[in-house]
Design a protein around this ligand. Structure first.
Ligand SMILES: Cc1cc2nc3c(=O)[nH]c(=O)nc-3n(C[C@H](O)[C@H](O)[C@H](O)COP(=O)(O)OP(=O)(O)OC[C@H]3O[C@@H](n4cnc5c(N)ncnc54)[C@H](O)[C@@H]3O)c2cc1C
Length: 483
């Protein structure tokens, strides 16, 4: 991403007067902004939060509320799971590639238990119980789920599996509870808030230091001075069609964009205007939730050549990524009559047939290709083995009960849910970096405005967890920045 003629930058000399001032100005009040504001205020800074909507919440409030935490939290221990920061680190370094930010992943793992306690002390409740269904947030108020591929090949051989999807204590989606708790924390911290106020430019002094923000409020332009620093926490860019077309065009093929109006990339553009690097802009969470019902994990995912390409019991974020990026969005789930049930996400049946040969013809696959995949799979499944992709024994069952079906998992017809993971390059401290790796004075960022823990290979809960943790870091760093 490069700065251009419409770059949202204002020179200090062009600011006639300051309409407001604070030590730290936080732009955007979702999970990352709320945590930045709380920690900056607790560090003694005078904090002003600018939020373009009528109130705080952002995409965070619409979310499932799952937080990826681990390393031995009380919820993990109470549910009988052993975990350590090292095992968590091994999993995330293997899963979140290629090339995850090692320093960020390391801090994310080492600080995770303390971050859990910070959230609990703020008032976020968790029940010490495990829900066996993997994937997103559970329908119950249980506190823990497998929300990634920890318990699936190849990761179960790389790190000791442990569930790390922490679910605040409320049935189903918990983003509302998370944000109510964080916003109450902002209120209690003494940070001031201006809603209905959209940041449109950063103010740069002659030395390249970020000195403030220009914002629009009630149709008027206001200048806000930031004595120590500005923290950008405006969310990602999945709803900025032109940016997605330019940087992550594969995501445009997906039907369901996971985000809110604020995810228009404004914070990334503000940062780039001030000289920041935006990195991994092509990456995103690409979920293909073909389950629940979990019985569908008995099925076989195949590509247009009738060949398997992934273990079906991996997290559906990994499956979506493999299907879209490696198979060009062409995938079908083969099922038989013994376990078929319609996917909750509504994927239709592309074909049904009384034999695999007929199904192969219906799907237009090369002669014999699907038949040989099913024959190979069945032969090994009978012995409880999957030598190609190591699906767990529990899900291995030969496909023999006619009629057979192919659930349509093509990107054109199935629900692929996507949001962006690329953004400003930051240190774990939240300092925003230039393309040369130099910290831009006075500029900090967190949440989906930044490239975080997951470079790709997302597991559910990482976004809220890295947004809250690194939001706190950014708030503290901004409060400590020189006047
Ligand atoms: C249905 C759904 C379920 C999800 N489930 C989960 C889950 O369980 N776990 C998980 O980790 N992630 C989940 N996600 C993703 C996650 O919610 C987001 O990635 C995360 O909330 C981003 O947090 P944020 O603080 O960076 O941005 P946001 O929460 O979007 O906050 C950004 C704020 O900035 C404001 N803003 C934007 N531009 C400006 C501007 N120029 N000036 C002033 N204000 C501005 C916005 O209005 C918004 O309030 C889910 C998302 C959805 C939609």
């Amino acid at each position: 991403v490069a700065a251009g003629p419409s770059t949202p930058i204002r020179a200090l000399r062009d600011v006639a007067r300051w309409d407001a001032a604070a030590d730290v100005v936080v732009v955007g009040l979702g999970c990352a902004g709320a945590c930045a504001a709380i920690e900056a205020a607790r560090s003694g800074a005078e904090v002003l939060v600018l939020e373009r909507a009528g109130g705080g919440g952002g995409t965070s409030a619409l979310s499932g509320g799952l937080l990826y935490l681990g390393g031995g939290t009380p919820v993990q221990e109470g549910s009988g799971f052993e975990d350590s920061p090292e095992e968590m680190f091994k999993y995330l370094m293997a899963a979140c590639g290629p090339g995850p930010d090692e320093a960020k992943v390391r801090h994310f793992c080492q600080a995770s238990v303390a971050h859990f306690h910070w959230l609990v002390e703020l008032g976020l409740p968790f029940k010490g119980s495990f829900h066996p269904d993997s994937g997103g947030e559970p329908p119950t108020d249980d506190g823990l789920v497998y929300s990634g591929s920890e318990n699936a090949w190849p990761f179960d051989a790389i790190a000791r599996p442990a569930p790390r999807g922490h679910h605040p204590r409320t049935p189903g989606a918990a983003g509302g509870l998370l944000m109510r708790t964080l916003l109450a924390g902002v209120e209690a911290s003494g940070a001031r808030q201006r809603t209905g106020t959209r940041a449109t430019a950063l103010v740069l002094d002659p030395d390249g230091r970020v000195a403030g923000v220009v914002a629009r409020c009630d149709g008027e332009e206001r200048s806000v001075r930031a004595r120590r620093g500005v923290v950008l926490t405006t969310g990602g860019f999945i709803n900025a069609k032109a940016m997605v077309a330019r940087y992550a065009p594969q995501l445009l093929r997906c039907r369901y964009r996971v985000g809110s109006d604020g995810d228009d990339g404004s914070g990334i553009l503000l940062g780039v205007g001030a000289g920041a690097a935006a990195i991994r802009m092509e990456t995103g969470d690409i979920s293909l939730p073909f389950y629940p019902p979990h019985a569908l994990l008995h099925g076989l995912l195949v590509n247009r050549y009738g060949q398997r390409f992934v273990n079906e019991d991996a997290y559906f974020g990994r499956i979506g990524e493999f299907a879209l990026l490696r198979q060009d969005g062409a995938a079908w789930l083969l099922v038989d009559d013994s376990f078929y049930a319609p996917p909750r996400a509504g994927m239709p049946l592309a074909a049904t047939a009384d034999s695999i040969e007929e199904l192969e013809r219906e799907l237009g696959m090369p002669d014999g290709a699907l038949c040989s995949s099913v024959e190979l799979y069945n032969r090994h499944a009978e012995r409880g083995e999957d030598p190609l992709f190591h699906k767990k024994k529990r899900w291995l069952r030969p496909l023999r009960a006619a009629p057979f079906g192919a659930i349509d998992c093509t990107v054109e017809n199935a629900l692929y849910a996507v949001f962006t993971l690329g953004g400003l390059h930051t240190r774990p401290s939240g300092e925003v970096l230039s393309p040369e790796g130099r910290a831009i004075p006075g500029l900090f960022a967190a949440g989906r405005t930044t490239s975080g823990v997951a470079a790709q290979g997302y597991s559910s809960g990482i976004s809220l967890a890295d947004g809250t943790l690194f939001g706190r870091e950014a708030g503290r760093s901004a409060a400590r920045a020189p006047l």
